[in-house]
Design a protein around this ligand. Structure first.
Ligand code: GLU
Length: 308
């Protein structure tokens, strides 16, 4: 895979077209755009549409409408992940050849039941940084032949990274440069902790790649030098650094920005109608108003303004 490493800084905004953009996305897009402009860099847009069950073309069209309305010009071409599934599949093959991935067969329901059964002892099952239980399946312990037989039987399966084995293969602690801040204010040189995630999924039975796998490949192929994104993805960086090292991909600089919270103090979601960019536009707000709401240090102003 040829990796381009340009001198020029490259930033990207990478939304998933599974809903309308809200103020949280606007903050990410504005910061990426403005920082690229300030550094004489490029501002790319990437459509992360791996999950075909949730992504819709009308949301993709709306993303470009909202970005254009916000006055954020991006550099062409736009990259669409669904156009590059072969690249993610090739990377997965490489990890298979390295013996670092295994097929996993437990359904969501089976995982939930196994975790509940284990927790009847009173001891909580370990959770990942997003609060999901670590994978309780043991297929990693099967011989390669037994794994291959199960795959050949045609049973639906995902491919998971054997994180402990992968960390062992890397053989030295992984770090990243954090120019923003983590949830507890972490910044500077951060120690990555990929094992906190357990064996993450790299491709699902119903989606040919995963967020983690495609994001590291695309950041490398697009020559992204600065990954500027919301703090909700801070911990995911540990997995990204592991995959980058396994696949010989360059290490970008990371900057995680604060999240925009709704009136209830929770992270905005795509169903959060009144903080949607389109809803704010329809309510008579200008792009300058959106900037003022977002770049104002007092986050409590946001819900107030949206009530106009
Ligand atoms: N597609 C992700 C999202 O919409 C962002 C990925 C990233 O910035 O690394 O939350």
């Amino acid at each position: 895979m040829p990796i381009v490493r340009p001198e020029q800084p490259v930033f990207r905004f990478a939304p998933s077209p599974n809903g309308r953009l809200h103020l949280g996305h606007a903050l990410s897009a504005i910061l990426n755009h403005d920082m690229a402009a300030a550094m004489g860099g490029r501002f790319l847009v990437r459509i992360e549409d791996i999950d075909r069950t949730r992504c819709r073309p009308e949301f993709e069209t709306a993303i470009f409408e909202d970005l254009a309305w916000l006055g954020l010009a991006w550099d062409e071409p736009v990259r669409r992940q669904s156009d590059h599934l072969d690249l993610y599949a090739a990377a997965l093959e490489r990890l298979k050849e390295m013996g670092l991935v295994y097929p996993s067969f437990m359904t969501r329901g089976e995982i939930k039941a196994a975790v509940a059964a284990a927790e009847t002892t009173g001891k909580p099952w370990p959770r990942d940084p997003d609060g999901s239980p670590l994978y309780p399946g043991r297929e990693r312990e099967l011989s390669p032949a037994a794994q291959a037989d199960l795959v050949a039987s045609g049973r639906a399966h995902a491919w998971r990274l054997d994180v402990a084995k992968a960390v062992g293969r890397v053989g030295e602690p992984l770090t990243w440069q954090e120019m923003g801040a983590g949830p507890s204010g972490e910044s500077g040189l951060i120690a990555a902790d990929p094992t906190a995630w357990g064996d993450v999924i790299l491709s699902r039975s119903d989606a040919p790649s995963s967020y983690h796998l495609s994001v590291v490949i695309d950041d490398a192929l697009q020559g992204v030098t600065h990954v500027l994104r919301g703090r909700d993805l801070y911990h995911a960086t540990s997995i990204h650094r592991l995959l980058q090292r396994l696949l010989d991909l360059p290490e970008p600089i990371y900057r995680h920005h604060r999240l925009v919270l709704g009136a209830d103090g929770r992270k905005l979601s795509k169903s959060n109608g009144d903080t949607g960019i389109a809803a704010l536009r329809a309510a008579g707000h200008s792009p300058a108003d959106i900037r003022a709401m977002l770049l104002c240090p007092d986050e409590s102003r946001i819900p107030e303004v949206t009530r106009h």
